[in-house]
Design a protein around this ligand. Structure first.
Ligand code: GLA
Length: 714
């Protein structure tokens, strides 16, 4: 709800309140919901230094949100208040994905009077969400061209310098590891310069102190930047938006530029903040047919075969998978052109007749005849120099004339900023989907953009135009195939961001499928993103990335924390593993609604604690499931006396019958009954978790078990 009293504007969400004083461009209050009739009197908190944007003039020398070469040739701009209004409809941002849903938008307009350049800020509040969407637009009302150098989507200033800046960092195969550092002075920057949101620095960040957590994210898949700046010993500033690195955007008179949408929310602790972000992603970001639809359990042949397969092998895997209850077969890289390794054929989306036994259409039919849906891997934004596409259109690749291009995984990026290239990709990928009648598409992206150059496109515009091109292509293809389930991928989780989730309902979380690493990766990811968007697969051991070996049951207990799949040669599994997988799949199907759509909680501490876990609770809290892990076993604690876990999300007043998933590697304890209060506040001892005889032999040191909670009927 948005209410105005003069220029004091109050935005209420179910649990938070944001108060803005529009005429002086100040934040007055953002935090726990104000419940008194006051709120508008909140001006008592007002302080000139807590600003909703910062141009370049006057006394504010801190990191600023907006910088451009003004029409009068200086960098100075001094925006003064013009008007504010409440809109029923949120304005579209041309070419960029945005959140959607029922709500109202506050528009505040400022003008740089000498040049007549206008700045608009937008704040959207959805009736059912604590997350507020924010964006900004600059309109060049002057008579000269101006050049944008920095335009952040969101600025939030708050009192004090006692916040930690929490970021989710890593690299390929160890994405989104939680890192927290207290910033008392100076500036810390979390950013991507890779042309994608990146494995290294996810755009989701938090500002955290005891009793107050602010979460921020950005609906953008390209270069982004999140800044925590502490100034003068009294103010913390958060900026989030497109990266100004290599960014220079000309605006002719009359033209405008809109930032990507950013989002922010406040909660009293990180668990609540994550719940709010999860709800928001589910209700206001993910869209289309798959928004509320249970996701299929898939088998993907990549780690099972890599490039080395033929039709017979694929059908063997599919048949074995079908027997265990798998629903979808995904044919990964290697099915097209003459692709037997990663040195060729990207761009040639024509069937490799030899490897597919006569083409995709017939292979897909054979898979479907086995009772599985068919899914296909593509990497549409790439080109191999050894490809017919490159030989015909060398200018489709991103390269700087006269320089040897930087190659990564032996490939080049297509110039997605070029409409001809976009149209080629739309045609080629649509044809793959049509001829295979695929029910699922894995859209991969395995290198980052460098060597930014394209004839006719200035370098300062390149990164943004690339992403605009990607969004155009994806949205056109998805419109043609509204029933297809798209899973994004970028060398694992390198483009795991809200921009992508406006299109793809799920994303491959990481190429690292080792249970031990995955606990951290999925936990870190869960701070900003719900479990139902995270692809999570059981793969073979020793794990291909870490060489750890965990039992198949442990691997499953971790993978059930996301959208489940299997990624190994299922036709080669032992009888014992096949039996385990069959019962895992039937268990997952039984609880799929809860696992994919229930409320998600992190248990313990995956980043430092010895116990951790994932918990899923039904909306009415009458049933729940928790997968619990012990990842460190200290000596002299041979029994379980030091190991316990506190559950979350249950109803304190309910009594639950607690049972355990039957695993084939050790006898699980019998049921017990306990109140929600004791389960959450006292926790339970992890009795017997070390009895897992297979886990005792593993080299990954993960012990796990799954608890199921059912409310006892009176
Ligand atoms: C990337 C993906 C993998 C797989 C390979 C295929 O690394 O993350 O899942 O699809 O590409 O080349």
């Amino acid at each position: 709800m948005i209410r105005k009293k003069g220029q004091i504007i109050r935005l209420d969400t179910p649990n938070t309140t944001l108060v803005i004083k529009a005429d002086t461009a100040q934040y007055i209050y953002y935090g726990k919901k104000l419940v008194s009739a006051g709120g508008f009197d909140a001006e008592v908190f007002s302080h000139r230094d807590y600003k909703i944007f910062s141009d370049w003039h006057g006394y504010d020398y801190a990191e600023n949100s907006l910088l451009f070469d003004n029409a009068d040739a200086g960098f100075t701009a001094s925006f003064t208040f013009s008007k504010s209004r409440i809109l029923d409809e949120k304005p579209e941002i041309e070419g960029l994905p945005t959140s959607y849903g029922e709500g109202k938008t506050l528009e505040v307009k400022y003008i740089d009077l000498p040049t007549k350049i206008s700045l608009y800020l937008y704040y959207t509040v959805y009736d059912d969400s604590d997350v507020i969407a924010v964006s900004a637009k600059l309109v060049n009302g002057s008579k000269k061209e101006i050049k944008l150098r920095r335009f952040m989507s969101l600025q939030l200033d708050f009192q004090g310098v006692d916040y930690s800046f929490v970021t989710f960092e890593g690299e390929w195969a160890r994405e989104r590891q939680k890192i927290s550092r207290k910033i008392e002075s100076g500036t810390f920057v979390n950013e991507s310069r890779k042309g994608m949101s990146s494995h290294a620095n996810n755009p989701f960040v938090m500002a955290e102190k005891e009793g107050a957590v602010y979460g921020f994210n950005l609906l953008y898949s390209g270069n982004h930047k999140e800044v925590m700046n502490c100034t003068g010993g009294y103010r913390t500033r958060i900026l989030t938006g497109m990266n100004d690195f290599m960014f220079e955007w000309p605006l002719a008179p009359g033209e405008s530029f809109s930032t990507p949408e950013a989002v922010m929310c406040f909660a009293t602790d990180a668990d609540k903040m994550s719940s709010q972000m999860h709800e928001f992603v589910v209700e206001h970001i993910v869209r289309g047919k798959w928004k509320r639809k249970e996701r299929p359990i898939l088998v993907n042949n990549w780690e099972g075969t890599y490039f080395n397969f033929n039709e017979e092998k694929l059908l063997e895997i599919a048949a074995a998978a079908k027997k265990t209850g798998v629903e979808l077969f995904v044919l990964d890289d290697g099915w097209f052109g003459k692709r037997d390794n990663d040195r060729c054929s990207l761009g040639d989306w024509t069937d490799n007749i030899e490897k597919t036994g006569g083409g995709l259409a017939q292979l897909a039919d054979k898979i479907r005849a086995l009772g599985l849906d068919f899914g296909i891997w593509v990497e549409p934004e790439m080109i191999s120099e050894d490809s017919d596409l490159f030989r015909a259109h060398p200018n489709y690749a991103i390269r700087i004339p006269g320089r040897d291009p930087y190659r990564h995984r032996h490939q080049l990026c297509l110039n997605m900023a070029d409409e001809r290239v976009q149209n080629y990709v739309i045609r080629a990928i649509s044809d793959v989907i049509s001829r295979s009648k695929a029910a699922y598409v894995k859209w991969d992206y395995n290198r980052s953009v460098t060597d930014c150059y394209a004839k006719g496109i200035a370098s300062g515009e390149f990164y943004h135009r690339y992403i605009l091109g990607v969004y155009r292509v994806i949205s056109k293809i998805m419109k043609k195939f509204p029933n297809v389930l798209f899973e994004g991928c970028a060398g694992g989780g390198g483009r795991f961001d809200l921009g992508m989730f406006c299109y793809f309902p799920q994303f491959w979380t990481s190429d690292d499928t080792d249970a031990r690493m995955r606990i951290k990766i999925q936990s870190g990811t869960s701070y900003g993103y719900p479990q139902r968007v995270m692809g999570a697969h059981v793969s073979a051991v020793p794990n291909h990335q870490t060489l750890n070996s965990n039992p198949i049951e442990t691997r499953f207990n971790v993978a059930l924390g996301g959208v489940l799949g299997y990624e190994l040669d299922m036709s080669q599994m032992s009888e014992e593993d096949t039996a385990a997988v069959t019962s895992q799949i039937s268990f997952y199907k039984q609880y799929r609604q809860l696992l994919q759509f229930g409320d998600f909680y992190r248990l313990g501490d995956a980043f430092g604690g010895k116990e951790s876990g994932f918990m899923f609770v039904s909306k009415d809290k009458s049933f729940a499931l928790a997968s619990v892990f012990v990842t460190e076993r200290f000596v002299n604690t041979y029994d379980d006396r030091d190991y316990s876990i506190k559950f979350k999300g249950l109803n304190e007043a309910f009594v639950y019958e607690v049972s355990q998933r039957k695993q084939n590697n050790y006898d699980t304890d019998s049921c017990f009954t306990a109140g929600g209060d004791i389960l959450m506040n006292g926790g339970v001892k992890l009795s017997g978790i070390f009895q897992d005889t297979q886990a005792q032999k593993n080299s990954g040191c993960v012990f796990s078990r799954v608890y199921i909670f059912n409310k006892v009927k009176k």
